[in-house]
Design a protein around this ligand. Structure first.
Ligand code: NAD
Length: 264
């Protein structure tokens, strides 16, 4: 992969710690020679992100809370000022109140529905709109989704609804920006042990279930998600846009548990 992204500038949004999917992707893009900038949500996370950024040769860190429009605007103004152009954006941001990532979806509150949608879905649209003018030579936008968007996953609830809307927005954005040579795709990752992942009730059970029943009989690694992001963000994926690309050990294709695990 060395040199695949040399001369390219990538904005990484969503690193909270070294278990974050965004960090797995950042490492892969750095390995391929991309120059990186990182956004972080709040000063406490900024302290954690800085040494990670430095380890891949980046000193370009920006605060960005996507709930606050002024914060998003300021981040992109700074990118424009320092870089002028942008080639790649990785959006690995989601949030929902933990108390609603369990039990019945029907109990979702108005306030948490709006907040979940704003952070986990709308932010990608707003970021794409702000990034597009900086992608003067075309570009690639990648977001992260999960299979709970199309099939019911216990406890995923409102986040599944937000991911469905996020996936639809990938298609609309791909259409909006296609003529400018900007590609827009999502990676639908299998479960990974991250901060956000831990917020879902029975996350461990889902993790172990996929391990037992996915065609590959295992979960995926951050490196594998990073590899898919590299493909989608580089020339390797130049003909691909509007796609929801599964990196889930094949879990999405199965319709029943593996027979060898059943006692009938
Ligand atoms: P994570 O907790 O490491 O990352 C989530 C990030 O979202 C954090 O960096 C957090 O700061 C950021 N964020 C939340 N609210 C924000 C706000 N208002 N403004 C700016 N940033 C905000 O967890 P992760 O699992 O790496 O999550 C990254 C993405 O991957 C999410 O979209 C998640 O839904 C998706 N995903 C995760 C899994 C999994 O099993 N972990 C599977 C499929 C998809």
């Amino acid at each position: 992969v060395a040199g695949l992204l040399s001369g390219k500038r990538a904005l990484i949004m969503g690193v909270a710690n070294d278990h974050s999917i965004a960090w797995g992707i950042a490492r892969k893009l750095a390995e391929a020679g991309a120059e990186l900038a990182f956004t972080y949500q709040g000063a406490a996370l900024g302290k954690r992100v800085r040494p990670l950024a430095e380890s891949v040769g980046s000193d370009f860190l920006l605060p960005c809370d996507v709930e606050d429009e002024a914060s998003v605007e300021a981040a992109f103004a700074e990118i424009e000022q320092r870089w002028g152009t942008l080639d790649i954006v990785i959006h690995a941001i989601a949030f929902s109140d933990k108390s609603e990532l369990k039990g019945l979806y029907a109990n979702t509150t108005r306030a948490n529905f709006q907040r979940t949608m704003m952070i986990s879905c709308f932010s990608f649209t707003e970021i794409a709109r702000r990034a597009a003018p900086l992608m003067k030579n075309g570009g690639s936008l990648v977001t992260l989704t999960y299979g709970g968007s199309t099939r019911v996953m216990p406890n995923y609830n409102v986040m599944g609804v937000a991911k469905a809307a996020l996936e639809a927005s990938v298609r609309y954005l791909a259409s909006d920006f296609g003529q400018q040579g900007i590609r827009v795709n999502a990676i639908s990752a299998g479960p990974l042990r991250t901060l956000a992942g831990a917020g879902i009730a029975d996350a461990r059970l889902m993790f172990n279930y996929q391990k037992r029943h996915a065609p590959l009989r295992r979960t995926v690694t951050m490196e594998e998600v990073g590899g898919a992001a590299l493909y989608l963000s580089s020339e390797l994926g130049s003909g691909v846009t509007g796609e929801i690309h599964y990196v889930d050990s094949g879990y999405n294709i199965i319709s029943m548990p593996q027979p060898d695990t059943l006692k009938i």
